[in-house]
Ligand binder design. Structure first.
Ligand code: NAD
Length: 480
């Protein structure tokens, strides 16, 4: 019998009263490793009460003491990076090197939070009138919540928790029900770093718990990362219940390949972008727009690379790509491949026929050519290892094709021409732009979010935006 996961409220394990449970799998083997509660409204209520009780003391704790928790947490995370990466690989499936990098990116957000005293410093303008001074303070909001997706079980909770709590808020995390184990370990280490109980609480669950968060009067702000329809739902519902909200959604990322690209680097970058983490990244390159004569070379080289790609358990050092998250999701991705064929795209390499392990939720890399922008595989987020090649005669036409997408998370150009790169940078509609970079990954000191339907809200994740999101500004005008 797999372990039944408990909520963590005030650093106590709370079994709760869920009536519905879901299995957590090890995707590389298909083994059930835990059971997660889905519908525990009572646990959510307890967590909000605990976080509210903890808020006055935590927000009154000197900023330097709150920041020192971050310094100690950073060191603990570095010491436990390998262990955390193994846990990510176990519950998600991505290869260990990807998992290690993911934890590293999360650690960088903790390093950002170590600069909180500088970031949260206010402003003062003296003598705006005779004897009158005006100052600005940044104050925490109160109880805030984060709702995270399955695909970055370490990094995305760490986008949210460090800036939220170092700013003085208390926090409720609702991790993905498909990858909930890493969050629990992240919280254990946070407590080991000296975080007082009740500052961060974990409530497991699915959509009913999410809806409970979105409508709870005791929660001031919600950070969400997940698929586009849920991001839209979260944004609208939380806003209708008077909450501050940032909701990062799904993606369809276009990579423009120019004839003057550095081919060796381009093929490696595109392979990692399209097939790395089995395509289960919001930054995955899923459409390659080949300009002019780049098309034939791109298809030939990507075909050869896809054939050679080693698919296997992420714990094996030679594996380049792991499994998909669930059997059902693998079947959905296979369904997209079938649909691409039926809509008339040329299936150059069929991942369903790739050499795959017998157990687990594996699917090989797939390559389509002759894709048109109105085909389903060019429009919808597949979230699997499928790359579609669209051919266009010019850079301008390629950018226009990419900009027709309703998503705008990231986009990349491969070129050695400064003129092309500059045109692309200035005309592409995406929040994160790559120039010869396959995955323009989030860098903690910059804001991270897409444009168009890839993002609902104003203030992005990480960077200065994160601190703005988790604080209110108070302006004081005084005369003595
Ligand atoms: P998901 O939308 O299925 O789930 C995200 C969270 O929402 C989970 O915690 C889940 O419990 C909850 N949820 C799911 N369905 C719900 C519903 N109907 N009502 C209320 N809550 C619901 O996303 P996922 O499959 O876990 O993650 C993959 C998606 O996340 C992809 O679309 C990917 O592009 C996106 N993503 C985006 C970013 C970004 O920065 N923009 C980063 C990572 C992932």
């Amino acid at each position: 019998m797999a372990e039944k996961l408990t909520h963590v409220i005030g650093n106590e394990k709370v079994a709760g009263q869920a009536t519905a449970w879901e299995s957590v799998y090890e995707p590389a083997t298909g083994t059930v490793i835990a059971e997660v509660p889905l519908d525990d409204g009572r646990a959510l209520q307890m967590a909000v009460e605990k976080a509210a009780q903890t808020f006055p003391a935590w927000s009154a704790t000197p900023i330097l003491e709150r920041t020192r928790v971050m310094f100690r947490y950073r060191d603990l995370l570095v010491r436990h990076q390998a262990e955390l990466a193994e846990l990510v690989t176990r519950e998600h499936g991505k290869v260990l090197v990807d998992a290690t990098n993911e934890v590293g990116r999360g650690i960088e957000v903790v390093e950002l939070a170590c600069g909180a005293p500088t970031i949260l410093k206010g402003e003062l303008l003296t003598e705006v009138a005779h004897g009158v001074d005006v100052s600005l303070q940044r104050v925490p909001l109160g109880v805030v919540a984060g709702i995270t997706p399955f695909n970055f079980p370490a990094m995305i909770p760490l986008w949210m928790i460090p800036p939220a709590i170092v700013s003085g808020n208390t926090f409720i995390l609702k991790p993905s029900e498909r990858t909930p184990l890493t969050s629990l370990r992240l919280l254990e280490l946070l407590h080991e770093a000296g975080l007082p109980p009740g500052v961060v609480n974990i409530v497991h669950g699915g959509r009913t718990v999410v809806d409970g968060i979105l409508t709870h009067a005791g929660i001031r702000a919600v950070s969400f990362v997940g698929s586009q329809p849920v991001a839209e739902h979260v944004y609208r519902t939380a806003a209708a219940h008077d909450k501050r909200v940032q909701a990062l959604g799904g993606a369809k990322n276009f990579h423009v390949v120019m004839p003057d690209a550095d081919w060796d680097r381009t093929i490696e970058a595109l392979t990692s972008s399209a097939y790395g983490s089995a395509g289960e990244r919001c930054l995955a390159g899923s459409v390659a727009v080949a300009v002019g004569e780049a098309g034939d070379q791109l298809v030939e080289l990507m075909h050869a690379r896809a054939q050679r790609l080693v698919v296997g358990d992420g714990r094996n050092a030679q594996s380049e790509m792991g499994p998909l998250i669930r059997a059902q999701h693998r079947d959905r991705v296979s369904g997209y491949i079938a649909q691409g064929v039926s809509e008339g795209a040329a299936l150059v390499y069929d991942g369903r026929r790739h050499a795959l392990p017998e157990q687990g939720f594996f699917l090989g890399p797939t390559l389509f050519d002759q894709v048109e922008s109105d085909m389903t595989i060019a429009r919808e987020e597949i979230f699997g290892p499928v790359l579609s090649v669209i051919r266009r005669p010019s850079l301008e036409a390629a950018v226009e094709t990419a900009n027709r997408s309703r998503f705008g998370n990231t986009a990349t150009i491969y070129t050695q021409s400064g003129r092309s790169a500059r045109y692309f940078r200035d005309h592409i509609e995406a929040g994160m732009v790559g120039i010869n970079i396959g995955v323009p990954a989030p860098i903690a000191w910059f804001p991270f979010a897409g444009w168009k339907n890839s993002f609902y809200g104003d203030l992005h994740a990480t960077g200065f935006d994160a601190f703005m999101f988790y604080t209110e500004r108070r302006v004081v005008t005084e005369r003595w």
